[in-house]
Design a protein around this ligand. Sequence first.
Ligand SMILES: NC(=O)c1ccc[n+]([C@@H]2O[C@H](COP(=O)([O-])OP(=O)(O)OC[C@H]3O[C@@H](n4cnc5c(N)ncnc54)[C@H](O)[C@@H]3O)[C@@H](O)[C@H]2O)c1
Length: 342
Amino acid sequence: MTKMHKTGVIALRMGDAWAKAAHSLENTKLAMVYDLNFEKNRRIDRKFYANSGAIIAKSEDEIYKSGLDIIIVASPDHFHAEQSIKGLKSGAHVICEKPLAPTVAECKKIIGAVKQSGKFFMTGQVCRYAPGFILAKRLVDEGRIGKIAFIESEYAHDYTYAVGYDNWRKDPKIKREGVIGGGCHAMDLVRWLAGNPEEVCCYTNRILLAASAWPTADTGIIIGKFPHNVIGKIFVSVGVKRPYTMRTVVCGTKGTIICDNTSDHIRIFEEKNRKETGCKFTNVPVNIASHNVTEELREFVSYLDRNRQVPTDVYEGARTVAFGEAALRSAREGKPVKVEKI
Ligand SMILES: NC(=O)c1ccc[n+]([C@@H]2O[C@H](COP(=O)([O-])OP(=O)(O)OC[C@H]3O[C@@H](n4cnc5c(N)ncnc54)[C@H](O)[C@@H]3O)[C@@H](O)[C@H]2O)c1
């Protein structure tokens, strides 16, 4: 008989998608939810929670004391380490939203807690579950575009309209770094496709959101060296004036793939077809599911049921943060920086 996993969710905005996934999957039960501002945050879907059968916790502690099997941490980044560690100590398996934490030092604390608890852990790098990126990864792994030489990705999302509850994303006391907070999506995707960066060089500026007194860099360009002599580039902007996108290009010895998490197709050019079809891309249709949290949770649980660790583990989350931290250090110091190996 498959086990029913009692699941709790901390914070209910991005966490709303997790809670609804836990409510809908056949072997998870949405048992408890907690949000610090459950009554005040008008964007919380209170009607759903009232009808969901889940207990609405009055305090964060209730979440840790309720014998939950899985705790999902979807609060603002600066709470991730503390809440993930408490979740692990409570005896639950934990899923934590991206970025794993704002700094490598905090990531290492979570790694320590995972080791100590012996529990399973997932970093919520949702781009690995977007159908277009999954297809691109499969084609790369199958060798369809040959040996990769160059890769680029971008995270372009205007945070003017996504400042978060109580403006936490632009709070000068929190100083959330968009290069890590948002850029971790593109950095993780590039790591997934091309491996861990060895060295990075980065420039940042603050022009696009300067008028709104954004407390950190709003735009950055990172170039990096990857294993097997691959070179890459990542553009991160949390102020760019355009629709949200994560356009990604992978160039190999036998072809090129262009994909995005907001397109209904990916584009592939294969050198072997040049004679027959000319030098043009072929569009391969895919579903658009840029925030495929249900598949993320389904995969985590399918690994749990086999007593195995899901690939997007705590180390994967930490390596992506190390990528971003090295980039920010490079921007500060004006020189290339080696990426910490985790
Ligand atoms: N995977 C993705 O694509 C994706 C997308 C959006 C957000 N996120 C991540 O999700 C997290 C939350 O972002 P968001 O967009 O939902 O922010 P948000 O500001 O819209 O919502 C945050 C929620 O957390 C609650 N909250 C704040 N502090 C809390 C605490 N200490 N304990 C419990 N609840 C608390 C707030 O009341 C609010 O309801 C961030 O880490 C962000 O990076 C991931």
